[in-house]
Ligand binder design. Sequence first.
Ligand code: LAN
Length: 728
Amino acid sequence: PWRTEAQGHLTVDENGDPKTDYSRWRLKDDHGRQTWHYLEIDEENDAWPQTVADKYHLGLPTDLPDLPEATTPLQAAENGLSFFSHLQLEPGNWACEYGGPMFLLPGIIITYYVTNTPIPPEYAIEIRRYLFHRQHPVDGGWGLHIEAHSSVFGTAMNYVTLRLLGVSEEDARMVKARGLLHGFGGAIYGPHWAKFWLSVLGVMDWDCVNPVPPELWLLPDWVPFAPWRWWIHMRQVFLPMSYLWSKKFTHPLDPLTKQIREELYTQPYDSIDFAAHRSSISDTDNYYPKTWILNTANWFLVKLWNPYIRPSFVTKRAEDWTWELIRMEDENTDYAGLGPVNNPMNMVACYLHDGPDSYSVRRHRERLNDYMWVKHEGMLANGTNGVQIWDTAFITQAIVVAGFADDPKWRPMLTKALEFFDDHQIRENVPDQEKCYRQHRKGAWPFSTKTQGYVVTDCTAEGLRSTIQLQEMHGYPRMISADRLKDAVDCLLIMQNPSGGFSEYENARGSEKLEMLNAAEVFGGIMVSHDYPECTTATVTALSLFSKFYPDYRSDEIQAVKEKAVRYIKRVQRADGSWYGSWGICFTYAALFALESLTSIGETYATSDYSRRGCEFLLSKQKEDGGWGESYLSSERHVYVQHQNSQVVQTAWACLALMEAEYPNKEPIRKGIKLIMSRQQANGEWLQEAIEGVFNQSCMISYPNYKLYWPIRALGLYAKTFGNEDIF
Ligand code: LAN
């Protein structure tokens, strides 16, 4: 249905696929809203020159000069910062690719297709290239994330995406992918989300999808498993899913989808008993098997509730109420949505409810672009609409820790960063926050932008910390008033859970037992907000810093919250001295935050058994070459798994953790620092190594800026702690 070939300027890439002209792509950053633009018209292309940041993100040569060779850590940090400073964008933030998950593009492309949204040809070309670059070279499939083994979810969804983007079923790579998929038993062995999307597209029968009843939204709030108690991402995905499931929305069959129907299974489409495969799932995908409780609930819904009981007035009320909540989510985020899974689903719901040319559909169409990213391998979907506040906070802190904040050379850059914090602090709660079950957010910082607008505890903590560092400690202009800092503190204080720990988006609202209802199969720990060591420790560290400058503000409460939080942190330390990290890989990441927070309340290697055991754990994992390297398998398996190679990012985390804990022996740290310096390039940058981040235990996600600012911070702290000696 779409034009999939751009007008001109095309070349061919190393796989023989059409490629756009990379000198025509530009990243636009409008108050933190990041979108990519392809300038096909020469005059436009000439009028808007490519910046160093554009070139860097696209993988083009940046032509930045070689810097004087660094022999001391501080010179190395300065070189790193010189490089990184070129990547700051006009509003003051830094941008980056935020890929990793391999199930985001398919949802977006299916949404384009079923809402008859024309896909820009340059998008189609680059998405195809990206997916082929990420196809597993040996078996021809795709996995849950870029480093994962092939699975039905990854293979079926990305295969379909390529077909929708105009790739022929006879392309040798597609033949191979199909062979693998058939070897797995076909798309009927995919997880719930795959079955949902394939049914929306009309290449699977809704009978194959386990129930997603919108009626659950009608349960009174006191019911222990009512959806308002679920983890926010599950809840907000379940919401449009339940609406579309209830309506059994399906794209009308067309010649292409008719063909795809015959490609995804091992037998002719019409001969498949879809209902018999509702619960089928391939071993490759089954990270978290369905529990007997969930299976029983599904049985009840399918065999009794839907055919015999489901009263139509209840269905109608449930659909109306679900729609109302979808509308509120859209309006509260200006159609950007919480993330790249619920946003396209909401768009399909708007298409169905409001019609193809409605404002809601048009606005969603524009907003989908906020999730797209172009890199040398093509175009991908980011895990959020950016990493703006998060990266900007950590680069600020790295500069401060390294002692560069007072240097006039870096002042304009940090002033811009502060402007960004000012612009993106959330100033108001959402309208009717109780009605749509939103958390108090006034004073918070989000992970990306205020448009997305969801409070995150550790993002608020890091925003607060960075602001205090600049305004209070280094005399930057007071853009954010004391009252606004106090709003941030107020916001954090109410987010402590009874356990003492902190979750990321909301207070825990439901029991951990709700995990028994996890229907997604491919993820773990997704049903409720859990306590996280990282979120808890970041909050403690930020509150400690705040109280230094505002000792009179709610001091008793802050003290009590911190003490309770520290008891939680100590309680969840494992017998071997480690903490399981949920958002970075993995034990190394958590150690950094945990040890830093213990120091912030005065517990260090010398004075605290907890800190000492945390350090010993890290030391026991140091590699021969002086570095640290932890595999993403740690996150999946919950035990430390060494990566084959040392990683710059994890080496920086481990060195920082040891230094923050005031570990007295500099030797192991010096070795780590030396490794970091040895990997630095002549222009000051570090190169991409293994993936850094994770969510839901099983899915990895990239934080490409980590390789730049964590080393800068570690090098800077080393110079401060042990002196700026010659290491090289
Ligand atoms: C993120 C990204 C940031 C991350 C940190 C701030 C690093 C963390 O400390 C708290 C949790 C948070 C905010 C987080 C939560 C889950 C997200 C939004 C993600 C990992 C990015 C992508 C992921 C989201 C759930 C992806 C969409 C997939 C679904 C299963 C809905």
